[in-house]
Design a protein around this ligand. Structure first.
Ligand SMILES: NC(=O)c1ccc[n+]([C@@H]2O[C@H](COP(=O)([O-])OP(=O)(O)OC[C@H]3O[C@@H](n4cnc5c(N)ncnc54)[C@H](O)[C@@H]3O)[C@@H](O)[C@H]2O)c1
Length: 302
């Protein structure tokens, strides 16, 4: 990401900042000049990421342990940022979990866990930050949704419910708080290459196969699904973060209440299975080639 100072002097909070898209967003916001609180419930991951970023960005990045299912912890984090930096211009909600099961196996506890994490966690962070942004004269709130908020996949019932809810609350809140110059948008990813997965896979492969893996297969991971996106690869967390930074900045000052897809055209190709048998054929062939290659190149103990 090129650094143009798009966010010089701005203050941002990223909930779930220790993971793939969260950390990429924190890095992108810092690179554009913002001060950032990285919130995450995983202290080890969050603190290590913050320490590494602090080597470049100094005290412009701080860590706070936040479990978004405990809304009081969100309030504490928001207040801490106000106390340190005097206000908040940008909130990025990244936390999201999926429990995928047939409906008759979904327990009330499952329902509660996904609803409290994905839906109420996002809502509570927005609730905490809106008065701060009103006081500041405006702000930008970006929530990470999913294509599953709009189309079915199979057994993603709770996830779809939550992500559709995030789209809905974003539109309603954008309507209500537009006059306060608070913009709210959703970034809706398709299949993203998880940052750690290729490394984990690489650990499973023979050393002589690693170079070919990174060159040929990593951009396609997860192979079958990624290949059904019209661009025919899975994108990186940084591709999502680039759009988060755009939405956080004044470059998007007339964009609000929107759901922006970073999905390689997935949503645009609704009938990809039924209408485009070549996609299915290509995806199946690629999957078969991967299966064969992996079998030949995996480490014996795996
Ligand atoms: N990975 C994909 O292909 C994909 C596709 C579409 C949408 N998404 C959505 O993108 C978002 C980020 O996905 P990712 O793959 O970067 O996730 P990730 O698992 O890499 O990161 C999530 C981060 O959130 C933290 N976290 C989890 N529960 C938390 C809680 N209760 N409180 C605070 N922190 C918590 C984790 O510790 C982790 O650091 C999620 O909302 C996910 O639903 C992911």
């Amino acid at each position: 990401m090129s650094a143009d100072g798009l966010l010089d002097g701005r203050v941002a909070v990223v909930m779930g900042g220790g993971g793939g898209m969260g950390l990429a967003s924190v890095s992108g916001l810092l690179a554009e000049g913002a001060s950032v609180l990285l919130g995450d419930f995983d202290v080890e991951v969050g603190q290590a990421a913050t320490d590494e970023l602090a080597e470049t960005f100094g005290d412009k990045v701080i860590f706070q342990q936040v479990d978004v299912t405990h809304t009081d912890q969100i309030d504490v984090a928001i207040q801490r940022v106000v106390d340190i930096w005097g206000g908040i211009d940008v909130l990025v909600n990244v936390v999201g979990i999926n429990i995928s099961k047939p409906i008759e196996e979904i327990t009330n506890e499952d329902f509660q866990k996904v609803a409290e994490t994905d839906l109420r966690g996002t809502f509570a962070a927005i609730r905490a930050v809106v008065p701060v942004m009103k006081e500041r004269g405006g702000g930008s709130i970006v929530s990470i949704g999913s294509v599953h908020g709009e189309v079915g996949y199979g057994d993603h019932h709770l996830y779809t419910m939550a992500k559709a809810g995030i789209n809905g609350m974003t539109k309603e809140l954008a309507f209500t708080y537009g006059p306060d110059r608070i913009r709210l948008n959703v970034v809706s990813p398709g299949y993203i290459t998880p940052p750690h997965t290729p490394e984990k896979i690489a650990k499973k492969l023979k050393p002589e196969a690693l170079e070919e893996f990174w060159r040929e297969w990593a951009p396609l991971y997860p192979v079958g699904d990624a290949f059904t996106q019209p661009l025919r690869y899975a994108c990186n967390p940084e591709d999502v973060a680039n759009v988060v930074v755009f939405l956080a900045s004044d470059k998007s000052r007339f964009v609000t209440g929107d759901v922006i897809h970073v999905d390689g055209g997935l949503i645009a190709s609704f009938f990809r299975y039924a209408g485009r048998p070549d996609y299915v054929k290509a995806a199946k062939e690629t999957q078969a080639r991967w299966d064969e290659w992996y079998e030949a190149n995996k480490l014996e103990e795996e």
